[in-house]
Ligand binder design. Sequence first.
Ligand SMILES: NC(=O)c1ccc[n+]([C@@H]2O[C@H](COP(=O)([O-])OP(=O)(O)OC[C@H]3O[C@@H](n4cnc5c(N)ncnc54)[C@H](O)[C@@H]3O)[C@@H](O)[C@H]2O)c1
Length: 455
Amino acid sequence: MSNDSISRRDFVGAVAATTGAAALATAPGLASGRPVAAADKVRLAIIGAGGRGNQLLDHYLKRKDCEFLYVIDVDDKHAAETADRIARSQDGKKPETGRDYRKALDDKNVDAVVIATPDHWHAIPTIHACQAGKDVYCEKPVAHNVAEGQAMLKAARKYNRVVAIGTQQRSSENFQQAVDAVRSGKLGKIFWVQTWNFENISPLGMGRYPDTAAPEHLDYDRWLGPAPKRPYNPNRCHLLFRWFSDYAGGMMSDWGVHLNDIVLWALDQKGPQAVSAAGGIFTTDDDRDTPDTLQVVYDFPGTTLTYSMRKGNGLPYNGHKYGILFCGTEGSLMLDRSGFEITPDTVELPYGIKLVHGDRPIRKIALEKASHKAVDEGTGTHIDNFFQCLKSRARPTTDIEIAHRSTNTTHLGNIAYKLGRKLQWDVETETFKNDRDANALLAREWRKGYELPEI
Ligand SMILES: NC(=O)c1ccc[n+]([C@@H]2O[C@H](COP(=O)([O-])OP(=O)(O)OC[C@H]3O[C@@H](n4cnc5c(N)ncnc54)[C@H](O)[C@@H]3O)[C@@H](O)[C@H]2O)c1
């Protein structure tokens, strides 16, 4: 086993040796054990200081009630640049840097961690953080696969930690008001929902690149972590990892999670009863192995949801390149991060009915046209909520359980796409009904030394 591996035995041993049993305590409160009133500054470590990590810092660094003690990144360049950036807004107090997040978890002064690593590196540090008594803000999608999300949820509950996930739209007043409108019933019976992402990147996409040596400043083996070992390729690593199934779930999980999350919330559902999908790599000649064209159909009781994605044609749908459309018998609600519009419907006599039955009154629709302009997409308020929960110990707006279910819809879409058949889903047991092949895709093979920790 490599020295860098993260087996549970090694990890728990390391924590216990340095911080004693207190680090594994399940009692609520900040990990450092400070009384909440005295915790004028929450002490943080950021794990994963790439694109999103730095977007999150735009918000975290505005706060007066936190301080970063560590920047952990397997890329020394990202860690160093981000530590410099943090120092500039922390009166010169520069966080320690490192490649291995266990260094931050071993420090009893760290209250919570912010995880913005690629999807395949969400589960293991989240679980280890919970075991070390730290609270967690982890980016979406919850995990690379269903089993990892289940393990993260189990760890959050067992170790009594706050685990918030970065599906920040739920914290935006825009999405809150839109969901209230859908739930109010004024759109009538909601029976048809559409989510989508459209753009034209054909045919080149990210292109094709040869495998090459990894840069010196990157611990590439650790970047791979639980994913299979393979040569370094810049197209598969920073930022672009999301288009490869070893590390993520393509557009379906990268963006689909944000969209389907709002649908589950508005419909008050834990997940679909069934899923089917079709698609492929039809228009993009690049290195990706996830589809550039996808239609996923989900069955909910009395409602159908379709997630549509194409990367070979950018024609907007209802004027929007991405979005969520709720259709009810009284009208529709079209929603994205810029705002929402409510459009009343009109009722018609069915084709031919006039000839057979003569005139009859047409139902009048009372719904009024309305629109709302969004203030923002929610990240700032989402982080505010995380800080409130650190102190109150309440469940966050997108508690791990909520985001796990939303993420599952994206895993289901990808599994149905891979298998090419309709699958029946049991939302309570989170397994496919009578389908061994589909159930086998709920987990991954974790590379030796990077197995999912036992909880
Ligand atoms: N909520 C949102 O709106 C939103 C937006 C963008 C990205 N994201 C999510 O954020 C995550 C990161 O995406 P990104 O675009 O910032 O990717 P990125 O490649 O730019 O950044 C990831 C960083 O994590 C580092 N890293 C990888 N493995 C690590 C490990 N084991 N320990 C420490 N650091 C490690 C990488 O070196 C890199 O610096 C993804 O899960 C993505 O889906 C969320």
